[in-house]
Design a protein around this ligand. Sequence first.
Ligand SMILES: Nc1ncnc2c1ncn2[C@@H]1O[C@H](COP(=O)(O)OP(=O)(O)OP(=O)(O)O)[C@@H](O)[C@H]1O
Ligand SMILES: [Mg+2]
Length: 440
Amino acid sequence: MKLLIVDATTEAQAYCAKRIEAFNQSDMEMLDLKVKLVSDRDFVGRVGEADVLLLGSGLGERATAIARQAMSVVPWLHIILFVTDEAYGGGAFRAAHSVGVRKVFPDSASPLDLLQELVAIHAEFRKEGRAREGRVIAVTHAKGGVGATSISAALGEVCSVFSRRTMLWDLDVETRDLSRSLTVNGVEAKVVSSWVNGSRDISRESLKDALIPISSDVSVLMPPDRMAESMDLVCHTDGMGIVQRILELARVMFDVIIVDTGGRMGPATGGLLRNADVVLVVIDDTILGLTAVDLYLTFVKTLVPSSDRIVFLVNPYSGALLGVPQIAAELEPVHHLGDMPWRLPPVPNDPKAALWPGSGRTLYSMGQKSTRVILERVARELGVLEGEPGGFQALPELSEPQHGAASGGWLKKVFGRKDSINQENLGGEKGGTGLPEEPK
Ligand SMILES: Nc1ncnc2c1ncn2[C@@H]1O[C@H](COP(=O)(O)OP(=O)(O)OP(=O)(O)O)[C@@H](O)[C@H]1O
Ligand SMILES: [Mg+2]
């Protein structure tokens, strides 16, 4: 959010800016706040790039004329006006609101009042899609081995192909399957431990340090490097706050956040499921799988604020046992979730693609064309690709045979290409780790 402070003198501008300096770092980061100072003489040239205009009390009665002028240049601007304590009253409110000022504060107001107003504006921006808010997909399963990690990695690769800035978060602290299968390892995991044991704050800077880029748009966040911190993260109630904070920052920095929860239930995963935009429950088409989902849903439904957010993905789909409609018909009489959670097409059992772990690719690029088409459709339905969910159209690449695995064409560009690492999107200058050659 870009904030332009206007006041008559540099001293007065600095006085206004002090209120912002009083905010704590994490509030600044959450609002993605960029502040510029300008005098009333020069403000017209700068107002076009601002989201919020803060008019200082040093402007006196000129403030209303400035507000009017600013609104004529940028009609959607939010204007906050400070007045002296003496001037604070009905007259100031009437004058300010008649020219479109959103809020009037006296000079003696607490910086927290200003913060609250900025948070409200930021929330409106998010609703309107003006502020970046990454979409969080929590991938989970009721029963192990149904392909939750494979789907997480594959969706990450789809996002990479569609140039969506994506964080793949491996929260399966015991197996670290996602990290291992993408052959990601590094000292970055120490940063995650340091958040858990409290030796380092969770900030934008430290999140950048913790991320391991695997393509120009996709980075992996590993579990903590040590078992003690790993257990604390997923089992201790403090884990909820840590997960929440990481998500808040990741939502500002990424378009998409895909979390492999490993299916474990605990405070951290509970908090994650509650905060996720989509809880993707990966299931298989077996009877045992179905009864596990039945049990699992009784837990998950109490955590997720709206059952619309729960979405099932049948994988790997053999087609031999139960189809999606049959699975839905079994569970719906008890769980009453409606049609939406069942809208995803099943992902075929693709034996060749099953060899993806450690290959530098995923189910997506190793899969047959039909698997790739379905994974793209799934990504679109989950709202992680741009455009309306459900508006799937096969990419031209998918119908071009020269892009297939044998050619090593576009597939190679996706994951596993070290020279494609570009830290610019993270706003940092870190040397990329890329993918080590062999899985551990
Ligand atoms: N659609 C598919 N077609 C063929 N093989 C698949 C498919 N999806 C997953 N697999 C394979 O199934 C195996 C288990 O998958 P994966 O590790 O992703 O499951 P999981 O649900 O994450 O298991 P865990 O309980 O260990 O977390 C892997 O070898 C993977 O390659
Ligand atoms: Mg797994």
